[in-house]
Design a protein. Structure first.
Length: 458
């Protein structure tokens, strides 16, 4: 027979291997379901020598078909301890001369592990189960490679020709996994195929439909523990996440009014992230994000909210218009003030000129007053000096000539200084002392029979 690559319906090449079933030989030991030459004694020895898990996996995946020429030397197969029934080692690509009465081959796809995922192996053959998860892990068990159970070391990127009847592989995405609670389905996987919109009800009775997106991450070293707890990734999504996410939003929305939910959508999203994170930590799964994509509201609530928003927008429009008018008034005031700057400048200059004129005139008046004050003081001093001098002169005349003669002399002097014509153009002379003596005598003539003393006013 020939084993060659196969193609699927789309023409894509699929790598395959052959599962061998032997119809002759000694029966399998009790509890075994497949025959492996030498059983698993070599793995027990490696474990005793503290071999690493990857080394044990390489030994298990390595084939012993060379001991019997890929089942073509059937006697060698029996001699080496081959048993009847399902065989552990598979056949790879090639042409084989096999006795169809002794051996049959079933073609199956190889295990392909792509980048961004690991394969958690559930082994149904091998050494007795020995849990290595530790006392802290209480939701399942994991074993070392070569034992029956879930291997704690997953298979990473590669192609593996293992017998799927005795080694079941669960592919676990280790990249960030996006799950949609919506009509849309992720193109990278079909894990969210059964997830639908979350339907919840507010405390007033409004029914919501919520499109939600959750991003999770399974570390490759934790993948065996996750599978040990939930069995498959689909169980993780449909059982664990579906319950944690759906119930949280239903409980949350039922405790608040619809308008409050819409107004506090961001806070509800953050609370959902915190809740889901706590739930998934129990399964050693990391939560990378929870996002409310869309909220489908009932039509009657949409109408009310639309009218309210229109009213709010009108209020904002009126505020903007009022602010624009206030700005326009301020601009007009500033423009008017700017237009009056020239007149204001001229007025200021006029005020300064007037102030300077007033100051000049005040200084001039102060100077004139000072001049008059000084001049008056000088005149007064002069008159006083002249008066004192005359008084002293009168006293000297009185002392020398007597009072009557002094009076006559001063009268004559005053008349002469005043320019009064005392002598007529035609002088008529007579006796008795002459003209002047008569005139003076008349001046000295007693009033009411009393004589006038010199210096007495008439």
């Amino acid at each position: 027979m020939r084993i060659t690559p196969a193609t699927n319906g789309d023409g894509k090449v699929i790598d395959v291997c052959g599962i061998v079933t032997v119809f002759e030989g000694e029966p399998l030991p009790s509890g075994d379901i497949a025959s492996r030459l030498g059983a698993f004694a070599d793995l027990a020895a490696m474990e005793t020598n503290d071999a690493k898990d990857p080394e044990m996996i390489e030994t298990l995946l390595g084939s012993k078909n060379g001991d019997h020429n890929n089942y073509q030397d059937f006697q060698a197969f029996l001699t080496k301890g081959g048993k009847i029934g399902l065989q552990h080692d598979t056949l790879l690509y090639g042409a084989y001369a096999l006795n169809p009465f002794l051996v049959s081959v079933e073609i199956v796809p190889m295990l392909v592990v792509k980048q961004g995922e690991v394969a958690v192996i559930k082994a149904y053959v091998g050494l007795v189960t020995q849990d290595t998860s530790g006392p802290e892990f209480k939701f399942g068990y994991v074993v070392r490679p070569g034992h029956r159970g879930i291997w704690k070391e997953p298979l990473r990127t590669g192609k593996y020709a293992i017998n799927p009847r005795i080694y079941e592989a669960e592919l676990v995405p280790t990249a960030i996994l996006t799950l949609n609670w919506a009509d849309a389905v992720s193109q990278a996987h079909n894990l969210d195929q059964g997830l639908k919109q979350i339907v919840a009800k507010s405390n007033e009775g409004f029914v919501f439909s919520i499109d939600l997106q959750v991003q999770i991450h399974v570390p490759d070293t934790k993948a065996p523990y996750v599978i040990s707890m939930v069995g498959t990734m689909r169980n993780l999504v449909n059982e664990v996440l579906q319950a944690a996410v759906g119930n949280h939003f239903r409980d949350k929305l039922q405790s608040m009014p619809a308008v409050v939910f819409i107004a506090t959508r961001q806070r509800v999203q953050e609370e959902a992230y915190s809740h889901i994170t706590q739930q998934l930590e129990q399964y050693q799964v990391e939560t990378r994000g929870v996002y409310i994509q869309d909220v489908v509201l009932p039509s009657e609530l949409v109408t009310v909210l639309t009218q309210r928003e229109i009213a709010n927008q009108e209020i904002e429009t009126y505020k903007k218009q009022r602010l624009a008018e206030e700005q326009r008034i301020e601009m007009e005031q500033a423009k008017g003030k700017a237009d009056m700057q020239a007149l204001l400048a001229q007025s200021k200059i006029g005020v300064e000129i007037k102030s300077n004129d007033a100051a000049s005139r005040k200084a001039e008046a102060d100077g004139e007053a000072f001049f008059l004050e000084k001049t008056g003081t000088a005149k007064g001093a002069e008159i006083r000096s002249v008066g004192l001098a005359r008084a002293e002169g009168f006293q000297a005349q009185v002392a020398a000539l007597g009072a009557s003669a002094t009076a006559l002399l001063n009268v004559a002097t005053a008349l002469a200084e005043s320019g009064v014509k005392l002598v007529p153009d035609v002088l008529v002379s007579g006796g008795n002392g002459g003209l002047i003596e008569g005139f003076v005598a008349s001046l000295m003539k007693p009033r009411n029979g009393q004589a006038i003393e010199p210096g007495t006013p008439r």
